[in-house]
Design a protein around this ligand. Structure first.
Ligand code: ZN
Length: 150
């Protein structure tokens, strides 16, 4: 992955062919100790797993796309939980028909490159377990509704 700072906590990241998007991003966040950031990106990816969260079942329905697809949009908010960065990314991908699929991004490998602009928000975005969904949700302040376990 290529990384270059652009001042004021901004970075351009280029995830190169063959590199997995979430693993690359997580490594970057760990190395820089970035605990809260927002990002957007584009590119071309393959071996993609997208998810749709079923609120009733409290689990993700997943769909895999093996082929190379355009990454029409990658966006997300990265937080921090249990001493580790937690990227939360959603992606929109499309094949040659240019019909898109979108969902929670579980994995994707750069097929050409993935170009990302990331802004370090210079403070932690805490994520805590939510008992209703089983997900780690953003809890910005102690005054926020406490739906955590224990
Ligand atoms: Zn999500």
């Amino acid at each position: 992955m290529q990384v270059r700072p652009y001042g004021s906590g901004r970075f351009v990241l280029v995830i190169d062919r063959g590199e997995e998007v979430i693993a690359s991003l997580t490594s970057f966040l760990e190395e820089r100790d970035i605990r809260g950031a927002c990002l957007s990106g584009i590119g071309a990816v393959k071996d993609i797993v997208l998810g749709y969260f079923d609120v009733e079942k409290k689990e993700y329905a997943k769909r895999t796309f093996d082929e190379v697809m355009e990454l029409g949009n990658l966006s997300g908010l990265t937080g921090f939980a249990d001493g580790k960065p937690v990227p939360h990314l959603h992606a929109t991908v499309a094949g040659p028909e240019m019909i898109s699929f979108t969902g929670h991004l579980f994995r994707a490998e750069a097929a050409v490159a993935v170009e990302i602009v990331l802004t370090d928000l210079s403070d932690e975005i805490p994520r805590v377990p939510d008992k209703d969904t089983g997900l780690k949700l953003v809890r910005l302040s102690p005054g926020a509704p406490d739906r955590s376990e224990g």
